[in-house]
Design a binder for this molecule. Structure first.
Ligand SMILES: NC(=O)c1ccc[n+]([C@@H]2O[C@H](COP(=O)([O-])OP(=O)(O)OC[C@H]3O[C@@H](n4cnc5c(N)ncnc54)[C@H](O)[C@@H]3O)[C@@H](O)[C@H]2O)c1
Ligand SMILES: [Zn+2]
Length: 710
């Protein structure tokens, strides 16, 4: 999720932290015909990196940074640029299915690729699709179905017996979720009717809306994070390794497509419509709202009808899927590497509800960024109760013209963070007056473009508390016994108001021990932990300072480049920009962090207690793998994420799937044969883990990485 502090470089896998399409991207794009081709290529490169990052967060981590609508806008823009400027699309996310597989689950190859669907919310695009189809195969009938907003799975039955299930993954292979899916009541363990010897089908696993709400309420009561939406919940659940926990979740599955059929002489159904009825005959759950229509105009009407009934359905849908009925014609139409050319998704507009703004509060993030948040009269938006919505920044307040008491439209649409889309009824003359002093510390507020920052630095209580929390966290010096809540408790008790106060705690041992939930032992344990943190390696200390955009990897590069804290503190922007994976923007941020007088004072004070250890400087450290792309597959002797991190830390590229410009496919003990074939087709060099180690050794890097590295 986005926090006001923005993104840490170490959290990013495919994109630079400065990439403008990562957080709150501006989707007001310049018209393509006014764009010089160089600018177009640059924009496309940024978009590709951002889309890859979003795909990863959405499919692999189940934690998107941006709303689906926003993602769709970025994706459409990328396609537009690639087409208008005839850009090389090798390896572009527009040519691939967006998912990936997880490390924890076994991967299985699909019977047939599970592809994406081209989509649009505009009727004109649907008509264009139809014109293309008829141009190629003549008049067609269409099957219209709801587009379920869940998780696509492949189910395999042999001789009518449930054999296995897999997620879509990268389209070619997915995660084995056989046991998870087995717990779904609507997935029969044995088929009825007269099933073929081998049957693979595609279905959509989802959580019914009522069950979702019930389940979310229970989560909140147990003190757990509620799921953002049913899709999220379904995706999170299917990847659970604890099968009993999966069984407790209210999952359901609609089946809609035959992926594989083998049965001696008997042929698979010749139309999509017959497929649906035969699946139902076998006892699989199909959707009762599917319809066979004569032409595209009827399909468009179907979509409008379904949109009106959307709220009555007990499952989330985000549009309709229109499919050519005749299977022979589908085969004639074929597929692209990303999607099948006989289907099109006609999406619904974003989901929105109207409610009243009760209040506006301004939150202060770790970097001092001020984020205005509208507190709302709680409203149910597509099955999720929304009581807060972000207003992003002061400019957004201005452009919306929103103030307390206004009636607003709140959007969610699969969104992570609900947002105020527009003011429906204004009850004020002016927009909410954005404070010119920090609501927490009273320091002056500084504007940086649309954003606002508290200038209090580490002296701002809100920033200081978050700074201490970060300093003590695993991303910092990992001080055990000092979690976020303890930091809050210590601040409230007046024991720790700024970072250096941590090291004054020994003088206040009695007070510490007398805090609620503490006692002598906990107090002494914490004091020992703090004492042990007084000579941190430079890289860890830098990471612990919470410099915006500087995570563990960047901190390490800084340490290796400069060697000492003094050298980092006094380095100019140009010098900072020479460090591996630091661009001009991060360089400026780092410079500003150290130049800030308040920060400098806090750091000086901190240095009375703490002595960061000098680091060995390494020439060109961090660049050893620059220009190389690695794909990891199969099991390695360490978690795949560690391998990918190591590659990225040294300037290389690690991606989840094979693409045209991949240099090395690093296979683990059990490389999938298909990946290898694929690899050859893409001129990917396949190396085994020991060859990978040798490749790294040539560059002075160690494999497997030492334990104490991170
Ligand atoms: N917010 C983000 O950062 C982010 C990132 C990546 C993707 N996304 C979202 O995901 C979407 C793309 O995801 P996608 O490619 O997985 O799916 P999709 O929305 O493009 O549609 C394809 C999927 O539709 C599903 N489907 C549902 N009902 C169906 C039916 N009746 N017949 C056939 N298929 C049916 C299938 O599971 C299939 O995988 C984007 O539009 C975007 O909104 C968001
Ligand atoms: Zn402040």
């Amino acid at each position: 999720m986005t926090d006001a502090a923005g993104l840490d470089a170490e959290e990013l896998r495919f994109a630079d932290p400065d990439n403008p399409y990562l957080v709150e991207p501006d989707t007001d794009f310049a018209p393509v015909d006014s764009l010089p081709s160089e600018a177009a290529a640059e924009e496309a490169a940024l978009l590709r990196a951002a889309v890859r990052e979003h795909d990863f967060r959405y499919y692999a981590e189940n934690e998107p940074l941006i709303a689906d609508r926003t993602y769709d806008a970025l994706f459409a823009r990328l396609e537009e640029l690639e087409e208008a400027f005839d850009l090389n699309v090798d390896g572009s996310p527009t040519q691939q299915v967006g998912g990936t597989t997880l490390d924890e689950l076994r991967t299985v190859e699909h019977v047939r690729p599970m592809l994406s669907i081209d989509q649009s919310g505009e009727a004109e695009d649907v008509r264009d699709f139809d014109a293309r189809v008829r141009g190629e195969v003549g008049d067609v009938e269409y099957v219209c179905e709801p587009k379920f907003d869940g998780l696509s799975v492949e189910l395999v039955y042999e001789d009518g017996v449930y054999e296995r299930a897999a997620t879509r993954g990268d389209g070619r292979e997915g995660d084995d979720v056989t046991e998870q899916v087995r717990t779904i009541p609507s997935v029969p363990h044995r088929l009825g009717g007269d099933p073929p010897a081998f049957l693979a089908i595609r279905g959509e696993v989802h959580i019914p809306r009522d069950a979702f709400q019930r389940h979310n309420r229970e989560r909140v009561e147990r003190g757990e994070e509620p799921f953002a939406n049913p899709r999220n919940a379904a995706a999170g659940t299917l990847r659970q390794l604890d099968i009993e926990a999966v069984a407790r979740r209210p999952l359901d599955c609609y089946c809609y497509d035959i992926l594989g059929w083998e049965d001696g002489g008997r042929d698979a159904p010749a139309t999509q419509w017959e497929e649906l009825s035969i699946l139902a005959d076998f006892g699989l759950k199909t959707n009762e709202r599917a319809e066979l229509v004569d032409d595209i105009e009827e399909a468009i009407e179907y979509r409008d009808r379904l949109m009106a009934e959307r709220e009555e359905l007990n499952y989330e849908i985000d549009g309709v899927v229109v499919k050519v009925n005749d299977v022979a014609k589908c085969e004639q139409l074929g597929t692209t590497s990303r999607s099948s050319r006989w289907t099109f998704a006609y999406k619904f507009p974003a989901r929105a509800e109207v409610t009243r703004v009760e209040d506006v509060v301004v939150q202060v993030g770790r970097t001092g960024r001020l984020t205005p948040v509208a507190l709302l009269d709680p409203v149910d938006v597509g099955g999720v109760t929304v009581s807060r919505a972000t207003l992003h920044n002061p400019d957004e307040i201005e452009s919306l013209g929103v103030n307390v008491g206004d009636v607003v439209r709140v959007k969610r649409a699969g969104d992570v963070i609900p947002q105020v889309a527009e003011v429906v009824e204004s009850n004020s003359d002016e927009p909410y007056p954005f404070p010119d002093t920090c609501p927490v510390c009273g320091s002056e507020v500084e504007r940086d473009g649309p954003l606002a920052y508290c200038t209090g630095g580490l002296t701002c209580e809100a920033q200081a508390e978050r700074a201490v929390q970060h300093y003590a966290s695993r991303g910092g010096l990992d001080i055990e016994g000092l979690g976020e809540e303890s930091v809050e408790q210590l601040r409230e008790a007046g024991l720790v108001e700024s970072l250096p106060d941590l090291y004054r705690l020994p003088d206040r041992r009695e007070e510490l021990a007398s805090l609620e939930g503490w006692g002598e032992t906990s107090a002494d344990n914490l004091l020992a932990e703090i004492e042990a943190s007084r000579e941190p390696p430079l890289a860890e200390f830098l990471a612990a300072l919470g410099i915006p955009s500087v995570g563990g990897a960047t901190a390490r590069n800084l340490a290796q480049h400069f060697g000492s804290l003094d050298a980092v503190r006094t380095a100019g922007e140009d010098e900072l920009a020479e460090v591996a994976d630091i661009g001009p923007t991060v360089a400026r941020t780092v410079r500003e962090f150290f130049a800030n007088e308040e920060n400098a004072a806090v750091i000086d004070e901190l240095l009375e207690f703490v002595t960061p250890q000098e680091a060995e400087t390494v020439d060109g450290a961090g660049d050893e793998l620059a220009g190389l792309t690695f794909v990891f597959t199969g099991a390695l002797s360490v978690p795949r994420s560690e391998a990918e991190e190591l590659v990225q830390r040294h300037g290389g590229n690690a991606t989840g799937s094979v693409s045209g410009n991949t240099d090395y496919l690093v296979a683990g003990e059990d490389p999938g044969a298909s990946k290898r074939d694929d690899a050859d087709a893409n001129e990917v060099l396949v190396v085994e883990e020991d060859e990978f180690a040798a490749l790294l050794a040539e560059r002075g890097l160690e494999w497997p990485p030492e334990d104490d590295e991170e």
